[in-house]
Each structure stands twice: as structure tokens, then as C-alpha cells.
Design a protein around this ligand. Structure first.
Ligand SMILES: Nc1ncnc2c1ncn2[C@@H]1O[C@H](COP(=O)(O)OP(=O)(O)OP(=O)(O)O)[C@@H](O)[C@H]1O
Ligand SMILES: [Mg+2]
Length: 248
């Protein structure tokens, strides 16, 4: 795995409110980048609340985690496993418990991983705790994941401001779990989401039962699913492809 010289772009995935879909977006954007031939490392920083192992299909395949890498208990290559569902996507899981993320140790690991991968995705915990701060210190850009509801947007705005003032490069907005109609959400339209958060849009991902089911069953997501296609478009835009964005 080691040996090829690259210089990865580091993309952190953040949110204000919990459960907006950070881990789901992190895995599927990573999977779609990998499907385009990129060499992708996904690092889960949400200690104690693992979900990436399930969504990426590495549950039961991991012995070591990011806590082991950062504390020097194992060589990074031992904790990095390839997704069983999405070839070319390599994953390091968070510990089941404990394993605080030390920012200097994370920066050092990411510095060496940059030479081996083309993209490094950091899945953080909701809010602005230790994983958020450690990721922000090394990220070149951020995907801020919100759902179309007033609380997620208000909290998203706070996190967006913290990303900007903390010197993270570009912040791009993913509006996730978008229902067919916004009736009852308290929102007029998706422009309101963009205006409230104050970040440039990179994708609108519809609410999708197959996407949720794939994660829950640790099964691959059908590429024809509407959410899968929206996440593929996010990956393409991250690569600089100009794919028109439509906000109904
Ligand atoms: N577009 C979508 N459509 C339907 N369900 C979704 C979608 N995106 C995510 N989900 C579901 O929402 C739930 C939360 O997703 P996920 O774990 O990715 O969120 P998170 O932001 O990482 O949560 P946490 O803050 O706890 O880390 C999961 O059950 C997931 O399958
Ligand atoms: Mg998560």
C-alpha cells in the first residue's frame, strides 16, 4: 500500500447537529471518488460512536483503529483496511471507546498518509469538539452536512463560521435527506438553507430508504439510487467537474 508518492487533498466532513448524515456522506463520496480511480483513505474520528465500519463494510475486519495509530501501538498499514463493498476505498475506524484524538498525532499521521493517497476524508463528530478541531487543523476543505430543518441550519451556520475563522480552506454545503416536498419543514426552499448557513452548495442529496438500508445492512448501495447519483455528483464536483446544481 505504501510506496507511491502522492499529495492528498484532505476533506473533513462536519455538521452542527448530530445525525445529519456525515458518516453516510463520507463513505459514499469516498466510494465514488474511488470508483473514479482515486486512492481514497477515510478516517473515522468519532470515538465511541462507530458507524463507518458498517456503512463501508469493514465491520469485523478491523483489529486496530485510529487510536492505535495515533498512540503508536501499531503501524498505520495494519489499521487501514479496504472496504468490502467499495473497492479502492480504504478505511481506518474510530475506537469503540476512549482514544481521544491528539491533534499533533493526527497531523503527523495525515502528513505521511498524504504521500500515499489522493484524497483523505475525515469523518468527524457533530459539533465542535476535539475531533472537529483536530480535523480542521489539517483539512484543505470541508463538507458541511445539513438537513433541511431550522435547527440543523442554525447549528450549521455556527460550525461554518468556526471553519472559516479556524482557517479551514473552502467550506462546501451538502443538503442531505431532502424530502420530495419541504411542506412541514418550516422552510420555503433550499435557497434558504444556503443563505442561513452561508456556504457554497456542492450537493443536494434526497432522502433515500435504499441509502439508509444499505448502511444498516452493511450492503452495497445500488448506483442507480437517486441519492447515490447525487453523491456521485458531489465526488465529481470535488474533482473539479462542472455538473449543474439544481435547487428546486
Ligand atoms: N439521504 C439519506 N436518506 C435517508 N437516510 C439517510 C440519508 N443520509 C443518512 N441517512 C440515515 O440517517 C442516519 C444518520 O446518518 P449518519 O450516521 O451518516 O449521520 P451522522 O451525521 O454521521 O451521525 P452522527 O452525528 O451520530 O455521527 C442513518 O440511519 C443513515 O442511514
Ligand atoms: Mg457519524
Amino acid at each position: 500500500m505504501w510506496g507511491v508518492k502522492m499529495s492528498a487533498e484532505v476533506i473533513m466532513v462536519a455538521s452542527g447537529k448530530g445525525g445529519t448524515g456525515k458518516s453516510t456522506v463520507a463513505v459514499h463520496v469516498g466510494a465514488r471518488l474511488a470508483a473514479r480511480g482515486h486512492r481514497v483513505l477515510l478516517v473515522e474520528l468519532d470515538s465511541g460512536l462507530r458507524s463507518v465500519d458498517y456503512i463501508a463494510g469493514v465491520s469485523g475486519k478491523t483489529v486496530y483503529d485510529i487510536g492505535d495509530i495515533l498512540s503508536g501501538r501499531c503501524e498505520p498499514a495494519k489499521a487501514i483496511v479496504e472496504s468490502g463493498l467499495y473497492p479502492g476505498l480504504f478505511v481506518v475506524c474510530a475506537p469503540y471507546e476512549g482514544g481521544d484524538i491528539r491533534p499533533e498525532a493526527l497531523a503527523s499521521f495525515i502528513g505521511s498518509a498524504r504521500m500515499v493517497f489522493s484524497h483523505i476524508i475525515l469523518d468527524t463528530a457533530a459539533g465542535m469538539g476535539v475531533p472537529f478541531a483536530a480535523a480542521r487543523a489539517v483539512a484543505d476543505r470541508a463538507l458541511l452536512v445539513v438537513t433541511p430543518d431550522p435547527v440543523a441550519l442554525r447549528d450549521g451556520r455556527i460550525v461554518c463560521d468556526a471553519l472559516n475563522t479556524g482557517g479551514c480552506g473552502e467550506v462546501r454545503l451538502v443538503i442531505n435527506k431532502v424530502p420530495r416536498t419541504l411542506a412541514g419543514t418550516g422552510l420555503q426552499d433550499l435557497d434558504e438553507c444556503i443563505d442561513t448557513v452561508g456556504a457554497r452548495l456542492i450537493g443536494v442529496v434526497p432522502e433515500s430508504a435504499p441509502l439508509a438500508a444499505a448502511g444498516a445492512r452493511s450492503a452495497p448501495l445500488d448506483g442507480a439510487d437517486r441519492a447515490a447519483q447525487a453523491l456521485d455528483a458531489v465526488a465529481a464536483r470535488l474533482c473539479g467537474e462542472e455538473i449543474p446544481l439544481t435547487v428546486r
